[in-house]
Design a protein around this ligand. Structure first.
Ligand SMILES: Nc1ncnc2c1ncn2[C@@H]1O[C@H](COP(=O)(O)OP(=O)(O)O)[C@@H](O)[C@H]1O
Ligand SMILES: [Mg+2]
Length: 247
């Protein structure tokens, strides 16, 4: 059966708290966030710094625990093993062991994702080619530039061919060629059915890639915009965003 909503947030809230002797710290980062992502979509999460994008993404992977609300991936609790195997993730700050080669990193991630051992080597070579790191497969991560590490982050997120890929600012800090190549890769995989959900503060990137954009402001979804609105109806995403965050 086709599972329509493959990512669901229902009234999710999170307050960061730090107890202190004189003054305790509290910051409401998410305030009743509800949205869903359907199979085959490319959905962007657009917001200013501190709006709550990373908190949303980390809560999908239980890196932070929301105080209230429900999160479902493929209709299940995201902590279930069957869900994790089908999810790809690029964190805000990807980290790879400096002494490992790109190839070793990918084999390690493929193993963790439960991939059939016989397919790991072939898949690692295939994805290294797709992200433009074929010639550097044996180089150590310590020798990689920021852009190369980000390409490797894409490779680790995609090696096990997940059906949902979640990315936190995936193209930040990349040069224009890398941005174009990785955008083309996302479009190619989306055509084959992969769903993408990613945060960005780059309006032009979101305009090019997304079928829908969620605007987040102060931990709340302020607007949800379909591509038709900026593509066919002449409203620029920039204007829509500025209006939404000024309100
Ligand atoms: N670990 C944390 N402890 C305290 N406050 C945090 C923590 N992580 C994020 N915040 C705060 O929560 C808000 C949302 O942060 P974040 O989700 O990282 O925003 P974004 O990714 O949109 O820039 C910000 O005000 C940020 O300072
Ligand atoms: Mg962030």
């Amino acid at each position: 059966m086709k599972n329509e909503h493959i990512l669901l947030f229902d009234n999710v809230s999170k307050t960061y708290k730090k107890p202190g002797f004189i003054k305790s710290f509290e910051k409401k980062a998410l305030d009743g966030v509800s949205f869903s992502v359907s199979e085959g979509e490319v959905v962007g999460l657009l917001g200013l710094n501190g709006a709550g994008k990373t908190t949303i993404i980390k809560s999908i992977f239980s890196i932070i625990r929301p105080d209230a609300g429900i999160i479902e991936v493929f209709g299940k609790n995201p902590r279930e093993e069957s869900v994790k195997k089908n999810l790809g993730y690029i964190p805000e700050l990807p980290y790879f062991s400096p002494l490992s080669s790109a190839y070793d990193v990918l084999c390690h991630y493929a193993f963790l994702s439960g991939m059939d051992a016989k397919k790991i080597s072939e898949s690692a070579n295939e994805i290294l080619d797709k992200v433009g790191l074929k010639d550097r497969k044996n180089s150590k991560c310590s020798e990689f530039s920021k852009g190369m590490l980000q390409r490797l982050a894409f490779a680790q997120a995609l090696i096990h061919k997940p059906s949902l890929v979640i990315m936190d600012e995936p193209v930040s800090g990349l040069d224009p060629i890398a941005v174009k190549e990785l955008r083309d890769l996302i479009a190619e995989l989306n055509l084959k059915g992969t769903t993408f959900f990613f945060s960005s503060h780059s309006i032009s990137e979101l305009e090019k890639l997304c079928s829908r954009v969620l605007i987040i402001k102060d931990g709340k979804i302020a607007d949800c915009i379909n591509r038709e609105r900026w593509q066919d109806q002449g409203d620029s995403l920039e204007n829509i965003f500025v209006e939404a965050v000024k309100k």
